[in-house]
Design a protein around this ligand. Structure first.
Ligand code: FRU
Length: 520
């Protein structure tokens, strides 16, 4: 009897245990599903949906941008161990279309010469370096070793940038006694079949040349008395472009970042247009003329892709050293801008200017458009009240009327909005993020950023990209750009087209919601 009862108790315990097990498995599954739904991959608060950001941890400058064997490589300043600056290494991602990215393992890590600071990468297709066994060579990265001093080092890869071998004779350019001595950008100068390196050296740029990427000869310097000097110069660039699309008339652009002292405060970029003869860069314009690249606060350390066949494309880090470590994102911190295609154009009254437009590949993520044509916009009306989304692209053309200001309010919530507008009295394009959401983490974050922009035939064109935590504005087909991070509540999805103190004529307007590049 006793044995039978014990048996029964044992049986009940087994059934109960089984039941609890199955039940707990189910709950586990349910939690996993909910996680996927509301908290899944790249779904964290403020996570950019069509901009590049690392899965986790800190990111700053784009590095080593190179197109190779059908892939755009993007390396970037990365801290593998936390989401503040430190342990600087090169993170790595690749893309076939500049829109969708695949993460790859960390490519370069600190060594006895120091951390791996910013730099570039080239395709050494003729094996000029002799680092490869034979043609067709491979990739060479040129970067700053930042230890006790800053020096330039190289590394090479025979497996399309996945793993790297550091050159045993590093550094290839030892420090000559200059404290800030970094960010090598190497280009191929076809006319003399040589490599040219630009280096940021405190308040100027130094140019070097080499036949083999290993032995470098100092050639010239540029900039001590040119352009803006409110801070240290960093991350130089040099490239040649046709003017107004004419291949027989080209100019060279030398771009350099400055921190602090940029147009909107903190860090930003400036550029010079001129001549480069393989040895010296000569600015075509007066030395005190400053040409800003972007008029927002969050477009820094731009670099162009090497080897893109006539197309010049660059990308920037969407942040500002003023508050870079304070922006409220977790577990990652740092995002890139959209890749932008560069051209040179003569603007009446301004000379030859750098024009930036978002790469056309981005059209692939447009969802079906909402369209309007020829409509008079008056104060108080909002034709966009049906659009609720936090990832949109807006393309609009206006003919100026009596309104003193018009534009778009985006990421609108009950108590917040970001204004992208045009002030017709001051001829100013602007982004006002004063009341855009969370911004109290730094006193210089809230504010309005403006750029002079003249109407063409009394018309203004706006091209705007709005993501979960950024706005990028291209005015008059890329003549002026404003790039700003914003941190609105995810529920702030409203948009408005507004006119102030009068009317404006809307010639055309297209709004597309944009797909996420991180969810298939
Ligand atoms: C620019 C910069 C570079 C340097 C890197 C370090 O943002 O300061 O000059 O190489 O960041 O992470």
């Amino acid at each position: 009897m006793k044995a039978l009862r014990l048996n029964r108790i044992f049986f009940i315990i087994v059934i109960l245990a089984l039941f609890t097990h199955v039940f707990s498995m189910n709950t586990l599954k349910v939690t996993a599903n909910t996680e996927n739904h509301s908290n899944g991959y790249y779904s964290e608060k403020y996570r950019p949906q069509f901009h590049f950001s690392p899965e986790k941890n800190w990111m700053n400058d784009p590095n080593g941008l190179v197109f190779y064997k059908g892939k755009y490589h993007m390396f970037y300043q990365y801290n593998p161990y936390g989401n503040k600056w430190g342990n600087m290494s090169w993170g790595h991602a690749v893309s076939e279309d500049l829109v969708h990215w695949t993460h790859l393992p960390v490519a370069l890590r600190p060594d006895k010469l120091g951390m791996i600071f910013s730099g570039s990468a080239v395709v050494d297709k003729d094996n000029t370096s002799g680092l490869f066994k034979e043609k067709p060579g491979g990739l060479v990265a040129i970067y700053t070793s930042a230890g006790e001093t800053q020096q330039q080092s190289i590394a090479y890869s025979t497996d399309e940038g996945v793993t790297w071998i550091k050159y045993e004779g590093n550094p290839v350019i030892p420090n000559p006694g200059i404290e800030d001595f970094r960010d090598p950008k190497v280009i191929w100068y076809e006319k003399e079949k040589k490599w040219v390196m630009l280096l940021a050296a405190g308040n100027h740029i130094r140019l070097y040349s080499s036949k083999n990427l290993i032995e470098w000869k100092y050639m010239s310097k540029f900039g001590e008395n040119e352009g803006a000097h409110g801070g240290v110069w960093e991350c130089p660039e040099l490239f040649e472009l046709p003017v107004n699309g004419d291949p027989n008339n080209t100019k060279w652009v030398l771009q350099v970042d400055i921190n602090p002292g940029a147009v909107a405060g903190g860090s930003g970029g400036q550029y010079f247009v001129g001549e480069f003869d393989g040895e010296t860069f000569i600015n075509d314009n007066p030395p005190d003329e400053i040409r800003w690249i972007d008029y927002g606060k969050d477009f820094y350390a731009t670099q162009t892709w090497f080897n893109t066949n006539g197309r010049k494309i660059w990308i920037g880090w969407m942040n500002n050293w003023e508050y870079a470590e304070l922006i409220p994102t977790h577990p990652w911190r740092g995002a890139m801008s959209l890749p932008r295609e560069l051209t040179l154009k003569t603007i009446p009254g301004e000379g030859i200017k750098l024009i930036q437009t978002p790469v056309s590949e981005l059209q692939a993520i447009r969802q079906s458009p909402y369209e309007w044509k020829n409509q008079r916009i008056t104060p108080g009306q909002n034709i966009l009240s049906d659009i609720t989304s936090n990832t949109i692209e807006i393309r609009a053309e206006f003919e100026l009327g009596s309104a003193t200001e018009f534009g778009f309010k985006v990421r609108k919530g009950e108590n917040e909005e970001t204004i992208v507008g045009y002030d017709t009295e001051r001829n100013q394009l602007f982004v006002d993020r004063t009341n855009s959401g969370v911004g109290q983490f730094h006193e210089q974050f809230p504010g309005k950023h403006t750029a002079l922009l003249h109407p063409v035939d009394n018309r203004i064109e706006l091209h705007i990209f709005v993501d979960h935590s950024s706005v990028e504005v291209f005015g008059n087909a890329g003549e002026r750009t404003i790039t700003d991070r914003i941190f609105p509540d995810p529920s702030s999805k409203g948009s408005e087209l507004y006119a102030k103190n009068g009317d404006v004529q809307l010639i055309s307007l297209t709004v597309n919601e944009l797909d996420s590049i991180w969810h298939k």
